[in-house]
Design a protein around this ligand. Structure first.
Ligand SMILES: [Zn+2]
Length: 167
C-alpha cells in the first residue's frame, strides 16, 4: 500500500499474481507487452491484490469465451483493467484471430458473444463490489473514508493512519 501524489492510497497488484492471470487468459491479455501509446495493459492490473480471486474467475470465463470466439476468427482483448471510484473497470476491444490472418472475422458470430462478455464483466463488478480491494475479505466492506475505495473496515482504518502520517 502506498500513497499517490494526491495523498490517496494507491493499490498495485503484485507481479506474481498478475502473471497468473496472464497465464489463464493469454489471448485476452495478449497486448500487455505493447507500449503505452497502444494499450493501458502495459501498466498491468491497476487495482489491489484483494481483487485477485474475482479476476481469476473472470479470466477463466474470458478464456472460455475466447475459445468460442476464435472459431469465428475473432478474439476479445483487454485494453485496460483498473479500479475507479471503488469499482473494477474492464475496457476491451475485438480483433481478428490469428492476428493479421486472411480469414474474415464473422461479425454476426462475434455479436452473439458480446452479451457473454458483458455478463462476465457484470459478474466481476458485483463480486469486486463485495470484496476488499486490499486484503480480499468479503466481510465488512465499506466505501467511506474520504476517497472512494472498496475496503473492509480493517484496511480502511490502516489507510487513515497512512494518510495522517504522510500529511
Ligand atoms: Zn481489507
Amino acid at each position: 500500500m502506498q500513497n499517490d501524489r494526491n495523498g490517496f492510497m494507491e493499490l498495485i497488484m503484485r507481479k506474481e499474481l498478475e502473471n497468473r492471470l496472464y497465464e489463464v487468459a493469454p489471448v485476452f491479455f495478449s497486448e500487455k507487452d505493447l507500449d503505452a501509446q497502444e494499450t493501458c495493459m502495459c501498466f498491468g492490473f491497476e487495482c489491489g491484490d484483494g481483487w485477485f480471486e474475482p479476476l481469476l474467475e473472470f479470466s477463466k470465463e474470458v478464456a472460455r469465451i475466447n475459445g468460442i470466439a476464435m472459431k469465428s476468427h475473432i478474439c476479445f482483448v483487454a485494453s485496460q483493467i483498473k479500479q475507479k471510484f471503488g469499482d473494477i473497470r474492464v475496457y476491451w476491444h475485438t480483433k481478428s484471430f490469428p492476428d493479421m490472418c486472411d480469414q474474415i472475422p464473422n461479425r454476426e458470430d462475434a455479436m452473439r458473444l458480446y452479451p457473454m462478455m458483458n455478463n462476465a464483466i457484470n459478474t466481476l463488478v458485483v463480486r469486486c463490489r463485495n470484496t476488499c480491494e486490499n486484503c480480499g475479505t468479503t466481510n465488512h466492506i465499506n466505501t467511506t473514508d474520504g476517497c472512494i475505495k472498496r475496503l473492509c473496515v480493517k484496511c480502511a482504518g490502516k489507510r487513515s493512519k497512512t494518510v495522517s502520517i504522510s500529511s
